[in-house]
Design a protein around this ligand. Structure first.
Ligand SMILES: Nc1ncnc2c1ncn2[C@@H]1O[C@H](COP(=O)(O)OP(=O)(O)OP(=O)(O)O)[C@@H](O)[C@H]1O
Ligand SMILES: Nc1ccn([C@@H]2O[C@H](COP(=O)(O)O)[C@@H](O)[C@H]2O)c(=O)n1
Length: 417
């Protein structure tokens, strides 16, 4: 067994497992010997006596390969597994230990399907960096035990499954920095460089980067970023501001990346977020050039990149977000800071009405904003928590002209235009 897998198994009992049930993680651990009363964790409670459960953890040493495999694995399992396998997201982590998160899936095999499922798992384990464990119920139905899948036929080492306390942080928070949110151009470029062979387009994206960047250069004219969920009126307002202020209008991701955006939107979070992070630095360079001649208006920038990434990485209610003031909400040290960031806020029903009347195709994340209220609330709250500069909220529900007048008041007050 690879060295990092051996280490993982040795530290089994310090790890916590989380399984997603109804968009909220349930936590459990394993112990070599059971202490106290055996209480089956609720994720096992619907499983029949003769059924088994399995967990699959992606254990690739290389994070780009690992993340892509984890992403593809869901599709593979969804198409191959028989109905009723109850496929769920799961993870394994050491509480409070940054970088300790491993992602995977949890499933159950009903008695009639067991040989089909075991064939699928055997094939997966033989060909891929995945660690499979199986879970079975004791005779009296009171206890679940876990053992490594490849050992289960020979002399298996069994661990007792026990419920675990809810950790201080949502598990995804442990691996968020430089996996979901990048705090330097170098970190984001590292990820894209590693993808060069599998996604040839990355070379063209990296080729758009300027040879040098100076985040400390102070622009001569104000730089105003307009942020908000889709259909809150960013395009409408940014175009009006450009005309009213005689400003230059830019956007992030910049126009020069549009040919490759769809390609990166189909990639797992690590690669997708690295693409958007790099896009911000290309826009920053364009801002630097234009802000020596006129005010600059920017349609989306860093707040969008970080807020969507943070809100997607965690699941469940807003309370699962990293706490206010946490490191993930800081501004990257090497990225140009705008003079003002205006966040357009809108009642969800009015936003839906505008989306419907616009009638354009929606991206997966836009669909999610529509259907998943918790996701929308997490994005909005993450926007508010990101600092350096923090957003100034502006109610976008009045007419387009009134919103423009309010935005101009804010800009004149803050940027002395
Ligand atoms: N203040 C307003 N009152 C009523 N309708 C508006 C207002 N502002 C914009 N709209 C309309 O709402 C729709 C969405 O606006 P817009 O395209 O400007 O939003 P957006 O935030 O740029 O969206 P996206 O991020 O998806 O590109 C458009 O049909 C637009 O005409
Ligand atoms: N600076 C940015 C801009 C956008 N994103 C991601 O794109 C999606 C929204 O883009 P629209 O063109 O529909 O406005 C959103 O889901 C973000 O994930 C980003 O990350 N950074």
């Amino acid at each position: 067994m690879a060295r990092h897998l051996k280490l993982l198994v040795q530290r089994w009992s310090s790890r916590v497992f989380s399984v997603e049930v109804d968009a909220a993680p349930r936590y459990f651990g394993v112990r070599e010997q059971l202490r106290g009363e055996p209480v089956p964790p609720d994720v096992f409670s619907e499983v029949q006596k003769q059924d088994r459960c399995y967990s699959l953890l992606v254990c690739s040493g290389d994070r780009v390969t690992g993340d892509r495999f984890h992403w593809e694995l869901r599709d593979r399992l969804q198409t191959q597994l028989p109905p009723g396998s109850g496929l769920r997201s799961m993870s394994s982590f050491i509480p409070d230990q940054k970088g300790s998160l491993l992602k995977g899936y949890f499933l159950q095999s009903q008695a009639g399907n067991s040989s089909l499922i075991e064939d699928i798992l055997t094939d997966l384990e033989q060909r891929n960096p995945v660690l499979v464990c199986s879970y079975s119920q004791s005779e009296d139905g009171q206890q679940w035990t876990q053992c490594l899948w490849y050992q289960s036929e020979e002399n298996p080492v069994r661990f007792c499954v026990v419920p675990s306390e809810t950790p201080k942080h949502h598990p995804s928070v442990l691996n968020m920095i430089n996996s979901d949110v990048f705090y330097s151009l170098e970190e984001a470029c590292d990820v894209l460089k590693q993808c060069g062979d599998i996604i040839p387009e990355t070379r063209s994206v990296l080729g758009m980067l300027p040879s040098s960047l100076d985040a400390r250069r102070k622009p001569d004219f104000p730089v105003i970023v307009i942020e908000g969920l889709d259909a809150t009126g960013k395009t409408t307002l940014t175009e009006s501001l450009r005309d009213s202020l005689g400003a230059t209008l830019l956007r992030s991701p910049p126009q020069c990346l549009s040919a490759w955006r769809g390609r990166f939107d189909r990639e797992p979070p690590l690669i997708r977020r690295a693409f958007y992070a790099v896009g911000n630095y290309i826009t920053a360079e364009q801002i630097n050039q234009e802000a020596s001649k006129s005010p600059v208006i920017v349609d989306r920038f860093w707040h969008s990149t970080a807020a969507y990434a943070i809100a997607t990485a965690v699941t469940g209610p807003v309370s699962n977000l990293p706490h206010e003031g946490a490191e993930v909400y800081r501004w990257p040290g090497d990225l140009l800071q705008p003079s003002l960031v205006i966040l357009l806020t809108l009642d969800p029903e009015e936003r839906k009405r505008r989306l419907r009347s616009r009638g354009l195709m929606k991206t997966d994340e836009e669909e999610e904003l529509d259907h998943n209220k918790l996701f929308r609330l997490r994005v909005e709250e993450a926007y508010r928590r990101i600092g350096g500069p923090a957003c100034t909220a502006l109610d976008a529900s009045p007419s387009a002209d009134l919103v423009l007048q309010q935005a101009l008041l804010l800009i004149r007050a803050k940027c002395h235009l």
